[in-house]
Structure formats: C-alpha cells, structure tokens
Design a protein around this ligand. Sequence first.
Ligand SMILES: Nc1ncnc2c1ncn2[C@@H]1O[C@H](COP(=O)(O)OP(=O)(O)OP(=O)(O)O)[C@@H](O)[C@H]1O
Length: 247
Amino acid sequence: MEDAVVVRDLVVDRGRRRVLQGISCAVPRGAVTGLLGPSGSGKTTLMRALVGVQTVRSGTVTVLGRPAGAPELRRRVGYLTQASSIYADLTVRENARYFAALHGRGHAEADRAVADVGLADAAGQLVGTLSGGQRSRASLACALVGDPELVVLDEPTVGQDPVLRADLWARFHEMAAAGTTLLVSSHVMDEAARCDRLLLIREGRLIADDTPDAVRAATGVNDLEEAFLRLIRASEAGQRHAGREAS
Ligand SMILES: Nc1ncnc2c1ncn2[C@@H]1O[C@H](COP(=O)(O)OP(=O)(O)OP(=O)(O)O)[C@@H](O)[C@H]1O
C-alpha cells in the first residue's frame, strides 16, 4: 500500500538558518511513527511542512497522494501543535463540539473524543481554567474529533502523568489498528519503544528511519536512548570525516 506521507529532498530555511537539510522519508499507513530528535533538530518544522503551513525552499511533500497543504487535505489531516490551539473561553465540551461540527460530526462524537483523552469529568470546565496537561489533552480531543486519516501530533504527551501517557499511547495504537496513520513527536526516549517505526532527526538531517528493533540491532544496544546516542555520535563522526575530505 502507498505510504501516507512521502518526503523527498526537503529543504527548509527559517529566518537565516537552514533548518531541514534535505530530508527524505516516508510515513506508512495504519501505524504509529515516532519523530524523535534533540530540541531544535527540526521536528516541528517537518510536521509543519507535512500539514502545509511551512514555506519550503525545495523538495516535495506528498500527503495521502496530494501535495501537502492541498485544500482537500484539510479535513483528512489532524494537527496538534505544541501550543494550545483551542478556545480558552469555551468549555472542553463546547470546543470539542465546535471542532466536531467543522468536520460534520455530531455531539456524540465530540463527547466520545473528550472521554477518550480522559477529560469526561472536566468536560464542563472552561479551557482557560484547565491545567497545562489537561489543556493539551483538550487540544488533542479537538485534533482527533474529525477522525482524520492522518494525525500529526507535536509532543502530545508532554505534561501528562505516566498513567495518562500509557492510556494515550494505547489510544494511538487503537486508532492505528483501525487504519489511521499517526506521526507523533516526542522528547521522551521511552516513548520511542512504543512506536511501530522511528524517524530520528538531528540538526535537520535524518539519521534513522527504521523499526525500534532494527535500530537496536544496528547499534547493538537494547536501550533506545543509548542507541540514539550512538547514532548521533556516528553521524557527528561522519560529518567531521566529510568535512576533512572536503577541505
Ligand atoms: N520562526 C523561526 N524563525 C527562525 N528560526 C526558527 C523559527 N522557528 C524555529 N526556528 C529554528 O528552527 C530550528 C528547528 O526548530 P523546530 O521547532 O523545528 O525544532 P524541534 O525539533 O521541534 O524542537 P523542540 O523539540 O524544542 O520543539 C531551531 O533551531 C529553531 O531555533
């Protein structure tokens, strides 16, 4: 089956910096792909390019068979940004019902989306009065309520306690089993092990695109955090070597 997302030679500049330096990768359908990398490595920028809100210098991004950002993709792609993007002066339920209506969904779907992120008890609360972790889950409910085919989630589990994190990952896998494609960024390496596939980026370059088991096998360590450190060191050594060759 054709991949949900295909990225070819993507170069993005932000300000005066080259933030993505020619990334090529694919996101398979019906799976949870983790996007991992150090702070500032370009994860959010890559996600922005996928949802079509990032100006790109060169390269192509194809999403569900269409160019990223094509108007017909709007209803088919859900995006959770790091900053809350819902209405502070509406309740959780009102927000979810509003976003549901934009996707032609009813109250039942909205209430289910709120329950799915563990906010049923806070459904009547104004978003402006929620804790940071609750607000992030309310945004997640709104990103998922239209049942999009591709879901792009920028650090959806930040600020959540371990029990909620486990519940959210179980929900992501349920959605993948039902055919949804998920791309989830994370800083937390133990979350890498929960993904079906991993994309690891560093300084705007892709240094791994594989399953967690293949990353472990390639690096010879079980712990994914240690495996990533090894990949990062190997890519640094490769760049130093390339620099010497060039000079
Ligand atoms: N509007 C902007 N103008 C200039 N540079 C920017 C802008 N936004 C981001 N950058 C730079 O682009 C680089 C990549 O940022 P990005 O937000 O994609 O990283 P990230 O991997 O998502 O980081 P984090 O994990 O901390 O969210 C960083 O060096 C950042 O400083």
